[in-house]
Design a protein around this ligand. Structure first.
Ligand code: GLP
Length: 239
């Protein structure tokens, strides 16, 4: 495990973008596992600015995202597809056909999970998975109590997560209660995991993830067992 302390959010974002950028330069056909939430926004901004300067080329890259809300279509501004398009994909030379997220508006969500698992296999696995950390230790939408053995599956969101995500919605009751998420097993199969964690409020949970017991009660604790984990964090205290 490599742990890197960043000076601030901007520094964290540049460091994470540097690692993703190196991945794409070394392997133009990389499969990038991407994440939503506020943590990766600065990383995407930095990558866009390097793309604008011709420093990085995404034309051969494939992306797979961690998760999507059930019931939100791609043109709903709160959907993760919309988030990815507007915050990243629309601004770089990626072929949208090669950008993948679970589809949240299918009739048969179980079948959609199976499709997504097959897709992860077909693209040849994830070269690097960017991950944020939920306040309760969730990764993707794998909530406390999630089985470590799960591949992509339907998740019932915990009240804490629904309420943390209210800030993105106009009305609290609009926050979806279900999501489709890559499971912990899918995440752990990535060749490299890049965890980015920003802010004082995540300090305790990050400490538990990295140094506490490995337990489904703290989903991010499984990351200790990954052979190629890089953690970049920004907060006032040292880990
Ligand atoms: C959501 C996402 C996670 C993300 C988490 C933390 O629940 N499904 O992938 O890591 O929020 O978000 P933030 O980065 O905004 O703190």
């Amino acid at each position: 495990m490599k742990i890197i302390k960043a000076n601030n959010y901007n520094d964290l974002s540049r460091k994470a973008a540097n690692i993703l950028s190196a991945q794409v330069i070394l392997k133009p056909r990389s499969v990038l596992g991407l994440a939503t939430g506020s943590s990766p926004l600065g990383t995407y901004k930095q990558l866009i600015s390097w793309y604008d300067k011709d420093d990085i080329d995404f034309s051969e890259v494939t992306t797979v995202n961690l998760d999507e809300y059930v019931g939100l279509s791609s043109n709903n501004p709160q959907s993760y597809r919309y988030f990815m398009n507007t915050n990243f994909f629309d601004h770089i030379n990626i072929d949208k056909i090669k950008t993948h997220l679970p589809n949240g508006i299918v009739k048969d969500t179980e079948k959609e999970c199976e499709r997504y698992n097959n897709l992860l296999h077909e693209v040849g696995g994830i070269d690097i998975q960017l991950l944020g950390l939920g306040l309760n230790g969730h990764i993707g939408f794998n909530e406390p109590g999630s089985e470590f053995e799960k591949l992509t599956h339907v998740v019932k969101l915990k009240e804490a997560t629904v309420s943390a995500n209210k800030r993105f919605f106009e009305k609290g009751e609009d926050v979806p209660k279900f999501a489709i998420s890559m499971g912990i097993k899918s995440i752990m199969q990535a060749k490299h995991i890049l965890l980015i964690v920003n802010g004082e409020e995540k300090y305790e949970i990050l400490k538990q993830c990295l140094f506490g017991p490995v337990t489904p009660h703290v989903p991010g604790s499984i990351l200790q067992l990954h052979s190629n984990l890089t953690v970049i964090y920004s907060c006032n205290k040292e880990l």
